[in-house]
Write a protein that binds this ligand. Sequence first.
Ligand SMILES: Cc1cc2nc3c(=O)[nH]c(=O)nc-3n(C[C@H](O)[C@H](O)[C@H](O)COP(=O)(O)OP(=O)(O)OC[C@H]3O[C@@H](n4cnc5c(N)ncnc54)[C@H](O)[C@@H]3O)c2cc1C
Length: 483
Amino acid sequence: MSETAVVWFRDDLRVHDNETLVEAVRAADEVVPLYVFDEREHAGAGMFDRPKKGARWGRFRREAVLDLRESLRDLGGELLVRHGDPRAVVPAVAETLDADTVHLQTKPATEELADEHAVKSLLAERDVGVERHWTHTLYHVDDLPTPYTDIQDTFTPWRKEVEREAAVRDSLPAPETVPTPDLGEAGDAAVPTLADLGHDPDEATADDRGVLAFEGGETAALERLEDYVWTGDHLRNYKETRNGLLGADYSSKFSAWLAHGCLSPRYVHAEVDRYEDERVSNEDTYWLVFELLWRDFFQFQFLKHGADFFAPNGIRDVRKEWRRDEEAREAFERWAAGETGVPFVDANMRELNATGYMSNRGRQNVASFLADAMGVDWRLGAAYFESRLVDYDVASNWGNWAYQAGVGNDSRDNYFDVLGQAERYDPGAEYVTHWLPELAGLPAEYAHRPWRLSEAEQAEYGVDLGRDYPAPLFDVEARYRNL
Ligand SMILES: Cc1cc2nc3c(=O)[nH]c(=O)nc-3n(C[C@H](O)[C@H](O)[C@H](O)COP(=O)(O)OP(=O)(O)OC[C@H]3O[C@@H](n4cnc5c(N)ncnc54)[C@H](O)[C@@H]3O)c2cc1C
């Protein structure tokens, strides 16, 4: 009897190194790849009345699905595309196709796991089996030396143990063919437009001041890897340049493709190995893998701690006073709009708002400013990032936010002095004036601290504080003296 498998693609929009697809092809005679645009992701409401995902995330996701459909067609397959609630759609599709098994990518976060369980129980009622595959980290969850339930909550000992005792599995090649049966009219469903998905297409347009256009899909992901690692030869300097702020190549910019699963971390690792063999092996080349370990760490931490990551006191139940009142909300809105009057914070927030991306250095600083200097509930910031980032990943985002707010995986309570950081990482104020052209006429010291301008200097440089650029929310220098 012939065996039919459905492959439910989730955050694994690729054909390279995709065990879910490979295993389905190995086990079944007929394979039906399926992607469901989840109406809750696109048009749904997130925490604190924020939209769940932004238009740029939606645009990237849509491009990734279109690209996946092409890749599957090249392998002789076809992607079934639906729009709705996957908890209803996946079992209904399996039933219509009389499928024996649904293969799916399992994810560590609470909502994704709840969806898996809901789908699994509905499929069990229809006598359809479920095969879950762990495919989004560098190290496989089954290969951790200590089971995820008992792993250390501090990064360095966890990393050292994994590096010492576990090995990264080989990256899998794409299957040679994907034997999808003729789906008839069902296979013709068009990929929904951004407007169909509930996004405003005008909000998804690229801004040419951004570091990169971030086109969704596996094809663009592999091109970026080729450009960054091989053509540009940037890996040899990664650790040295990774704290940069301007331009495409100070860091890999792989995050969005990793988050949507267009790029496999094991494939990146294999390419780093090859680069080390063929070109150079140094601390910088290792450091990209080190950062992928941070990514892994947060994924496994989410599996361990689940919903505690969304609690104001975090996984360690750290009691802090977070401001949530009306005044805090208003201050938060100024932070979100890039209108705090602190240029380094505002430039980063304006970059995020205009492009869906912000550097790691920027993310650390704006998060610390909101949580430490403003004292506003850090979860407002995390939810805002969720609605804006093109590379949003639940574990990386909420894990890093909690960490920065001092309630996550670090018992030290370190804050960033954004003024010192601005002067260290943007000494000539090129970054700040790139995003705040209204400050372009100022000497760098004033571009980072415009409140120090006297009335006469404001007139001399043509910057009227409070009109051309906001006066600061509060006395930032005094705040850092007292923190
Ligand atoms: C408050 C805050 C929120 C963040 N939210 C997200 C998010 O939603 N999605 C996301 O992918 N990253 C997030 N990060 C991590 C990091 O800022 C981005 O991954 C990185 O800036 C993306 O640029 P890149 O790909 O050029 O990184 P590179 O410097 O080239 O790093 C390579 C890869 O390593 C991983 N990585 C690097 N740093 C981290 C880190 N601190 N934590 C986890 N993974 C890391 C990413 O997958 C990244 O693509 C957040 C960091 C902070 C401080």
